[in-house]
Design a protein around this ligand. Sequence first.
Ligand SMILES: Nc1ncnc2c1ncn2[C@@H]1O[C@H](COP(=O)(O)OP(=O)(O)OP(=O)(O)O)[C@@H](O)[C@H]1O
Length: 457
Amino acid sequence: MSKILIIEDDAAFCQMLEKFLTKKGYDVVTSFSAADAKGKIRESSFDLVLTDLRLPDYDGIALLGDIKELHPKVPVIVMTGYAEVGTAVEAMKKGAFDYISKPFTPEEIVMVIANALNSKSSTPATIDAKEENVKEKEKHPLIDTTNTVTGVIHGISEASRKLNEYIQLVAPTDMSILITGESGTGKEVTAKAIHDQSKRKDYNFAAVDCGAIPKELATSEFFGHLKGSFTGAVEDKVGHFEAANGGTLFLDEIGNLSYGNQIQLLRALQERKIKRVGSTKEIKIDVRILTATNEDLLEAVEKGTFREDLYHRLNEFTIEIPSLEERMEDLFLFTDFFLKKANASLGKNILGFSQEVQSAFRAYHWPGNLRELQNVIKRSVLLTGGDYVELSALPKEILQPKERPEEIENFSKEEYEKEQIIKALKQTNFNKSKAAKLLQVTRKTLYNRINHYNLDL
Ligand SMILES: Nc1ncnc2c1ncn2[C@@H]1O[C@H](COP(=O)(O)OP(=O)(O)OP(=O)(O)O)[C@@H](O)[C@H]1O
């Protein structure tokens, strides 16, 4: 259990922080004055110090210097008022790990603390980098973990670090990227992040769900049509390629495109021009293609249902999104983020999760990944009357997790998934919408999996 010393002369605020951080699982010691804090620092050791910069009996910067002299490796986070950026820079120069402006939300302080404890063993940032960090944070508070409620968590796990490294590596290029990963892991979020960090960011990002387009309409959806070119074409329509011109076209569930549509797509990519249905006029297109799938496309290529030439065209680089289980160190960054989102959308102000709920979250294997986590949190926030989410607000599958796939002898993940789908369908009297809800996946994903397993229903 990490031990934190809070130095804060506002006793009420200090006690509130102490209560909150204790609930979050930290061992918290408090001091209302610099003199008392110095005594405590000498007497025992701490994993982190959180200190106010304005103290009645001593200069906060000087106190920081004293702490750093006694325990150079202990990260110190300073709490500042909104207008005290200059002091924050000075504190960072004097060795503070980070700063946080008051007032802050519980989620913000949890993130800053998690970052500091996590980076304890890593090389401290240079002063220049820290100053840069301060400036950046003024523009986007907490940009390193999340920007706003609608933002994106970058994560602190090794799997997330690698993912972000790949995103940054490929974003400035024009390469076609195939994004793979289980359902709900954040493939679309990743595609958008690549677009947002690319030179195309000022143009459109058009996301197309290939699984949802009937194959007869795919040509018109992709390339547009002229009024009257077929029954139902009541007015001119701009297709996705044109809509994304200059920007990025994200093709989700690419494995669902019919063979004929695959040929059309390949041709458009090779020739870099399209014609609207019913028109002879060629339109030049300049789009970057990002695709996503939760199927094994190579297997589809081997089976002959997906064109190999198109596969190579789309897959100049593959990014595999880790499952939530593979990034468990990020779990509480995500729970806090989704809590903030749920509070905002439901008009609530739940402070956090009880210890028992945190343990249940840690023990569960999250087959529906981030989407499932987000849904569970939203539901629990809705059901919570007090300050903290308790076990009673969790759905029962989280309280009694099923055996994990790897724990079932001689049982492949695919077989496990197939069995879960059949079970959910039976339980819901073969109502696919209800079964999808039960499985915590979208209807679209359920249809894909039913097709994938050739389930005769
Ligand atoms: N890094 C992230 N930070 C914050 N929220 C995220 C992040 N990644 C994913 N999410 C959230 O998780 C949910 C699922 O993400 P997304 O739709 O991108 O997954 P997906 O892999 O494309 O899903 P599917 O396979 O079903 O198409 C979304 O609500 C999204 O906002």
